[in-house]
Ligand binder design. Structure first.
Ligand code: KIV
Length: 259
């Protein structure tokens, strides 16, 4: 087993696992100092490409951004999201995942669950590919946002799905927007770590979309904590630059190359 995977597994019940998303080298370099896992998420569809959902992200998009992120990530584990439609059956899943690993050098891939693709995870794991699962609100498969696991039956359903993903060989699982009670039951019942987003602190680790927590995406649901308002800071800088150019205060002699 890969050392990075071993280190992540060892954290279960000991210390919280820190994860964030990145789509480019510059940000990845900063995250790498602090995160256990850096995820190249298909959330880039909304954040970078301005789409309404994650469905239009292609394998080429993911490979391009992951190759950039790879250049900034050394210490952390690099996980890459497989785009919608790239793991519909055993054959295409294996072909596409192998292509992503070969072209990006990532440590693992993440597959959203449709409560029916456990065999695909099992096959990939058999081929020595590290797979992260993802249950709850899975934007590739669910049209409507809904907090899951709010009834006893709902909790049982999620628990069963999580167990099947663990049995298929996934090394960790993202729990997106499920109730605190469901997160608690799954985290307690599974040997692999759970990584929460909008699923309370009853998880082994947490992930957020970095652009959300930096105040850059304009998307701030209740589960996002905005640690800084970068949009405001950037706007201030752009305003100053605009004024300087218009008043001929930039560039000055300090900025001349042969002054
Ligand atoms: O695409 C993404 O960024 C994700 C995280 C929100 C877990 O899947």
């Amino acid at each position: 087993m890969n050392k990075k995977i071993k280190d992540i597994l060892k954290k279960k019940n000991k210390s919280k696992i820190v994860c964030l998303t990145a789509y480019s080298k510059s940000l990845a370099k900063i995250l790498d100092k602090y995160c256990d896992i850096v995820l190249v998420g298909d959330s880039m569809a909304n954040v970078l490409y301005g789409h309404n959902n994650t469905h239009k992200i292609t394998l080429e998009n993911i490979i391009q951004h992951s190759s950039s992120v790879r250049k900034g990530v050394n210490k952390s584990m690099l996980v890459v999201d497989m785009p919608k439609g790239t793991y519909n059956n055993l054959k295409s899943a294996e072909r596409n995942v192998k292509s992503v690993i070969k072209k990006t050098g990532c440590d693992a891939v993440k597959l959203e669950s449709n409560n029916n693709n456990f065999k695909i995870i099992k096959k990939l794991v058999k081929k020595k590919i590290n797979v992260m699962g993802h249950i709850g609100y899975t934007p590739q498969f669910k049209k409507k946002f809904k907090i899951e696991g709010q009834t006893k039956a709902g909790i049982e359903k999620l628990y069963k799905e999580a167990r099947l993903i663990e049995e298929a060989g996934a090394f960790a699982i993202v729990l997106e927007c499920i109730s605190p009670n469901a997160a608690k039951k799954i985290t307690k019942g599974l040997k692999i770590p759970t990584i929460g987003i909008g699923s309370s602190n009853n998880c082994d680790g947490q992930i957020l979309v970095t652009d959300d927590m930096l105040g850059m995406s304009g998307f701030y649901p209740k589960f996002v904590k905005k640690y800084v308002n970068l949009n405001r800071i950037i706007e201030k800088a752009v305003k100053k630059y605009t004024r300087d150019v218009k008043l001929n205060k930039f560039p000055t002699i300090k900025n001349f190359l042969n002054g």
